[in-house]
Design a binder for this molecule. Structure first.
Ligand code: S3P
Length: 429
């Protein structure tokens, strides 16, 4: 597939979309399987490339992995054999593994693809080294050489809002001597803490005593709710196209992940939340979304961290909303799978949006009729899906180059789009 050509939706979007399990939850369930010899069955695994990468690493570390339909069964005793672990495009795989392997016996080289090899790793190596870890990076990036060693605990007050960094330290803490304490500048996703039964105290410190940790194995095995970051594209499309009505069953509604929904509801989006329930350690609900006229909104601070993966598609909605929307504290966008700060603002400009930007913020004057353009995706899955959603609501044709990159998180995306917006997607080789 060389390019996808998107033309405006010719009718309101209607139907039900079942989305694969949440990527962040899946990675954590899979890596925590290393700490048990009991078999775990992860429901709604899906077939995204990033999660397959984590599964391949689990196999290299001795686990047996079997796929059964949309479930994955992971069993057997991990042996942590030394060797190379290819983390592909997946930052979560690399950073979580750095934390886990630092305190095991052995020696590993972690590598990644071109995009992952550009992403910052020193931020994770710094606290791990304070714990005694032996981690050599290549000019602060992958490849990383990890020589497992005995770790001591750390008290780390992080200046960076990153759930991957936090998880790496907590996972290293499982093998460390003593009590590890970690605090983050704003609250980020807490899937690791939920699986380890941890929560922050009033001052924000998370305290991990490895002698008292109980990994919730029934939690590891539960059905994984639909990825809210993938649902985000359909929620945006349904809002943007008048008279649409989409139903998204069993979507992850962890309060540290659902900021996107909160922002949109406050901006007058019609999103109905039904059938709220728990699935293992995570809350979920069915979302019913319909066409809405949005007011402008403001993202900043902790809110920016909690919807960091949804900001690309929020920017598209801001361009359609009434008034000036503001995106502050979004500098982390620059170190994602691509420089999303640049690609969001430049691609939206190409589509006719009015955007101003400075170092850490951008501003969008909404109410624009977007028009089709040739989109630079940087092979970034979320940029490709964001601008495909924008294309449904724009005039003319929108060209998405390298559309197969959606397989990182949502391989069925183009099929779902063909079903929900018939005639609007043409995949060209
Ligand atoms: C993730 C954390 C976030 C997010 C990424 C997944 C995770 O990254 O952008 O897509 O699963 O922990 P950072 O931890 O780098 O902020």
């Amino acid at each position: 597939m060389d390019r996808a050509v998107i033309t405006p939706a010719s009718a309101p979007l209607r139907g039900i979309i079942h989305i694969p399990g949440d990527k962040s939850v899946l990675h954590r369930r899979a890596v925590l399987s290393l700490f048990t010899r009991n078999s775990i069955r992860i429901g709604n695994f899906g077939s995204g490339d990033d999660c397959s990468t984590t599964l391949r690493c689990m196999e290299r570390l001795g686990k047996d992995v079997v796929r059964q339909g949309r479930d994955v069964i992971i069993s057997g005793q991990a042996h942590f054999a030394s060797g190379n672990l290819d983390c592909g495009n997946s930052g979560t795989t690399a950073r979580l593994l750095m934390g886990i392997l630092a305190g095991r016996e052995g020696e590993w080289i972690l590598t990644g693809d071109e995009s992952l090899s550009r992403r910052p790793m020193e931020r994770v190596a710094i606290p791990l080294r304070k714990m005694g870890a032996r981690i050599e990076l290549t000019d602060r990036h992958l490849p990383a050489r990890i020589v497992g060693t005995r770790l001591k605990s750390v008290e780390y007050d992080s200046e960076i809002a990153s759930a991957q960094l936090k998880s790496a330290v907590l996972l290293a803490g499982l093998a460390a001597e003593g009590i590890t304490r970690f605090r983050e500048p704003v609250s980020t996703r807490d899937h690791t803490e939920r699986l380890l039964g941890l929560s922050p105290d009033a001052a924000g410190w998370i305290t991990l005593d490895p002698t008292r940790i109980h990994i919730d194995e029934s939690g590891l095995s539960a059905f994984v709710p639909a990825d809210i970051s993938s649902a985000a594209f359909w929620i945006a499309s349904a809002i943007a196209i008048p008279d649409s009505e989409l139903t998204l069953p069993a979507v992850l509604m962890n309060p540290r992940r659902s900021a996107y929904i909160d922002v949109l509801r406050r901006a007058s989006a019609n999103i109905v939340i039904e059938d709220e329930h728990e699935s293992g350690t995570e809350p979920a609900a069915t979302l019913k979304v319909s066409g809405s006229k949005l007011a402008a909104f403001r993202i900043h601070g902790g809110l920016a961290a909690q919807c960091i993966d949804e900001i690309p598609v929020l920017a598209v909605l801001a361009a359609l909303a009434r008034g000036r929307s503001e995106f502050h504290d979004v500098q982390e966008l620059r170190v994602k799978e691509s420089d999303r700060f640049r690609l969001i603002t430049e691609n939206l400009r190409l589509m006719g949006a009015k955007i101003e930007r400075n170092k850490d913020s951008f501003f969008i004057d909404g109410g624009t009729r977007l028009h089709g353009a040739e989109i630079e995706t940087g092979k970034d899955h979320r940029i490709a899906m964001t601008f495909a959603a924008a294309g449904l609501a724009a005039t003319g044709s929108t060209v998405i180059n390298e559309p197969s990159c959606v397989s990182i998180s949502y391989p069925g995306f183009w099929d779902d789009m063909k079903r929900i917006a018939p005639g609007s997607v043409l995949l060209e080789c």
